[in-house]
Ligand binder design. Structure first.
Ligand code: GDP
Length: 697
């Protein structure tokens, strides 16, 4: 052993490169990444240290108890259709009661005290009688150690779609039972510019790895295939390009774990290379670059690498970055084995996991009505083992697995995580790109889907993606406000001008995030991307092609085109302004003094007040001061002039006031009346703040 790469050492130690990197860091050994070299001496020290460490941990280990039971419980709860969450019940609130004064009286704590406590202890500024957000209610309840049950929450649960709950269950399993997750083979999509060799590469990998035992060559594809490299499997999706990938994401499913971006060494980074990369990046999927066609005499690997840096910001590992770049020839097969090894390595690094036991989940990549076989779907199993005989549901249909075929159309009895498989036995053609889940039995599957379809039918009219204004409105509720934009323009110059103009619109409150830019008409792929990231498409001096227009309508994606740049900018500005929450401003409107305190049977204490200036507003607020000290702040319960209920009393009139939830009044108390006004806010454009410097995305 002379010199070892980190990932090679990881292999020896039977751990993932990521784990090893972490360990090395803890041991204070500085290495750059999994490709870095470690010398022999250091490697030996590391091995010793880790062995020692492992031994110690083993001694300490306590066996975790009752795991089985826990799992069963989760599944049982889901199967029941409703989550049997423990409900803590102390006080019950209806959603329209989420006002501070109402909450205060429910809690039996003066409103002013809540305001003070929450401000001092939790830095939360509240106003008397204000409508509270759920988090604010929770903060308040926490402060006074009170438990809350919201009636609203219960209602929501009843309406839960059982099909959607199945997905939620997996999300929860992934969160809660991390220790039960097991590695599964990576699923790879190949992307890149047209003619850069995506199909040739897919064919090369398949034929070199699969065809050996085959007699009649390669049978028809079921949409994906699996190969074995050094005893480990990799699944390739057979449709190259980012369209399928992004379409799936737009439908909320993701099959791909790793993207191989193919760039021809004789052509370099081209527009679709950039587009494909942006799609992968938006999905947060790791990218490996395969520089293809290195067998060609005019191939220039170095130049291509330079373009990766300049045009995509991807720095190859051998240049000190962390992008894995492998030069290959899909035609001769040179470098392809290394590419496959690198895929496994990146897969290791990203810890691609599944929930191996329990009912299966799979994602549909293709579906159709076959003349002989009926409705069929190609899926990639994501979790569990899918078996013949399983009852299954998808977003629109159900069935019982009658037959399963592997990627070479051989009948099989079961399929494991990451395995591509063709399913027969659906009642109807399943929606492509939805998930398939195994459920208890066929009756259950049928009931689940029928109920869902009924509900969906009702919702159909109203359902769509959001337009610009709606998106902005929705973001008001989120903490970090980001508006995703896809920009298309007639020339690169226009794109740059647009980006510049948009950069100037960055505000403190909302981030404008340009997900993708491109030259040329607005295409279906732009619309799909917008749908996937919940963004809008803005076009400048370009048209929307007819397919894209249709798709945008179907998906409800907002696509806007402009011919004048300032119109586009104005539109965005207006939308940004519209989404800022109005500021609440307090305005003092009058003063008065308590001259006498009346005690009225069944009503309680009422103050006889002399107005000294301005007016009192029945719908406004009041502060009561005694010897200059604030003793109450809150609402007016009733305002009377003589015996009449009135909404306003002006100085120098006298009036009778009953305060909401406050009776400790005395003669001589001074009153200050105020109202709270909502004032429209203007966004603060960073550019203006900085005084006009340039801003980079
Ligand atoms: P795709 O559009 O990205 O799927 O590209 P194809 O796989 O269809 O390849 C486009 C053309 O490039 C075809 O004529 C291929 O034979 C050729 N090609 C693909 N890979 C290589 C390669 O590694 N070397 C050479 N010389 N030609 C290649």
């Amino acid at each position: 052993m002379a010199r070892l790469r980190v990932y090679e050492l990881a292999k020896k130690l039977n751990m993932s490169p990521k784990e090893l990197l972490q360990e090395l860091e803890e041991l204070g050994v500085s290495v750059k990444n999994h490709m870095s070299y470690i010398d022999e001496e250091m490697a030996n020290i590391v091995i010793d240290l880790l062995e020692e460490d492992r031994r110690k941990r083993k001694e300490k280990q306590v066996k975790p108890a009752k795991k089985e039971e826990k799992e069963e419980k989760v599944i049982e709860e889901i199967e029941g259709g409703k989550r049997v969450e423990e409900k803590r019940k102390k006080i019950t609130l209806k959603p329209d009661e989420l006002k501070l004064d109402v909450l205060a009286s429910k809690l039996g704590i003066p409103q002013t005290k809540i305001i003070q406590d929450l401000f001092v202890k939790r830095g939360l500024a509240l106003r008397p009688g204000q409508i509270l957000k759920l988090e604010e209610v929770r903060e308040i309840l926490k402060e006074y150690n009170v438990e809350l049950a919201l009636e609203e929450e219960e209602k929501v649960e009843e309406e839960v779609d059982e099909y959607e709950l199945l997905e939620k269950r997996f999300q929860e399993l992934y969160q809660k039972e991390k220790d039960k997750l097991a590695p599964r083979p990576p699923v790879v999509t190949i992307m890149g510019h047209v003619d850069h060799g995506k199909t040739t590469l897919l064919d090369r990998i398949r034929s070199s790895r699969v065809a050996e035992q085959e007699e009649g060559g390669i049978t028809q594809s079921i949409g994906a295939y699996q190969v074995e490299v050094n005893g480990k499997k990799i699944t390739f999706i057979d449709t190259p390009g980012h369209e399928l990938f992004t379409e799936m994401r737009a439908r909320g499913v993701q099959a791909t774990d790793i993207v191989v971006l193919v760039v021809a060494a004789d052509d370099g980074v081209m527009p679709q290379t950039i587009e494909a990369y942006n799609h992968a990046k938006a999905a947060n999927v790791p990218v490996i670059v395969a520089i293809n066609k290195i067998d060609k005499p005019n191939a220039n690997v170095e130049k291509t690498k330079k373009e990766l840096v300049e045009k995509l910001g991807l720095i190859p590992e051998d240049w000190g970055g962390d992008t894995v770049v492998v030069p290959i020839s899909a035609r001769t097969g040179q470098g392809v084995d290394e590419l496959l090894e690198m895929i496994l390595l990146v897969a290791d690094m990203h810890e691609i996991k599944c929930y191996p036991t329990g009912p299966a989940r799979a994602v549909i990549i293709e579906s159709k009505l076959d003349n002989k076989m009926g409705p069929v779907a190609s899926v990639i199993v994501k979790d569990g083992i899918l078996k013949v005989g399983d009852a299954i549901v998808t977003s629109n249909t159900y069935g019982k697995v009658r037959n399963l075929y592997d990627d070479r159309m051989r009948p099989i009895r079961q399929a494991e995580p990451s395995q591509p498989v063709l399913i027969l036995g659906f009642e109807d053609v399943p929606d492509v790109h939805s998930n398939v889940y195994v459920v208890e039995n066929l009756e259950k599957a049928k009931a689940m889907v029928e109920k869902r379809l009924e509900k969906l039918e009702k919702q159909r009219q109203g359902r769509k993606h959001l337009n610009l204004e709606e998106l902005l409105k929705m973001m008001q509720e989120r903490e970090k406000k980001v508006l995703n934009l896809i920009l298309k323009a007639d020339t690169y110059g226009s794109v740059a001008a647009l980006q510049n103009a948009i950069a100037k619109l960055q505000t403190k409150e909302i981030e404008l995030n340009v997900v993708h830019t491109g030259v040329g008409e607005i295409s279906t792929s732009d619309v799909m991307l917008a749908a996937a990231v919940d963004g809008v498409v803005l076009g400048f001096r370009v048209k929307v092609n007819s397919k894209a227009r249709l798709l945008a309508e179907q998906e409800g994606v907002d696509v806007r085109t402009y011919t004048i740049i300032y119109k586009l900018v104005d539109d965005l500005k207006l939308a940004l302004e519209g989404m800022l929450e109005p500021e609440e401003v307090e305005e003092v409107i009058g003063h008065g003094e308590i001259k006498k305190v009346f005690k009225i049977a069944k009503v309680g204490k009422v103050a006889g007040v002399q107005m000294t200036s301005g007016k009192a507003d029945r719908n406004g607020f009041v502060r009561v001061y005694r010897n200059g000290q604030l003793v109450f702040e809150g609402r007016i319960e009733s305002l009377k002039h003589y015996k009449e209920d009135v909404s306003v009393v002006e100085a120098p009139q006298e009036c009778g006031i009953k305060f909401a939830g406050f009776e400790d009044i005395q003669e001589g108390d001074e009153l200050e009346f105020y109202v709270v006004k909502q004032v429209k806010r203007k966004p603060t454009f960073l550019e203006e703040q900085k005084g006009g410097g340039s801003f980079h995305q």
